[in-house]
Design a binder for this molecule. Structure first.
Ligand SMILES: [Zn+2]
Length: 111
């Protein structure tokens, strides 16, 4: 991922392609990395406490896995807007391609 114009964010979901019930898990990632933010060297751990990905380099700084993704509902509360294209709305059609849906949206990483 390259942040071309700064101030950009990428919301990332991560699943095991062989078994999509195994997915990225923020709390296992906190516990096993012993840090709250994701950065260089951080391992992204699954719900089954298995390594899914490793951040091999990072020129941006720390990345958040606490705040989750935006949605139409939270944008209404935070910004009083109802007509934004949310990250959750972007996730849903992509997940549908793999037989998943809204219930499969786990905590994401905001790179
Ligand atoms: Zn968003």
């Amino acid at each position: 991922m390259v942040d071309l114009e700064r101030q950009q964010a990428v919301d990332l979901l991560c699943y095991n392609a062989e078994d999509t019930a195994e997915r990225y898990n923020a709390t296992n990632t906190f516990k096993l990395n012993k840090m709250i933010y994701i950065g260089k060297g951080a391992v992204l751990w699954s719900v089954k406490a298995r390594k899914m990905m490793t951040v091999i380099d990072d020129t941006c700084g720390q990345h958040d896995t606490l705040a989750g993704c935006c949605s139409i509902e939270i944008d209404k509360v935070r910004y009083d807007v109802t007509n934004t294209q949310s990250c959750q709305a972007n996730f849903e059609p992509e997940l549908k391609k793999y037989g998943m849906g809204e219930k499969d949206i786990a905590a994401n990483i905001n790179f």
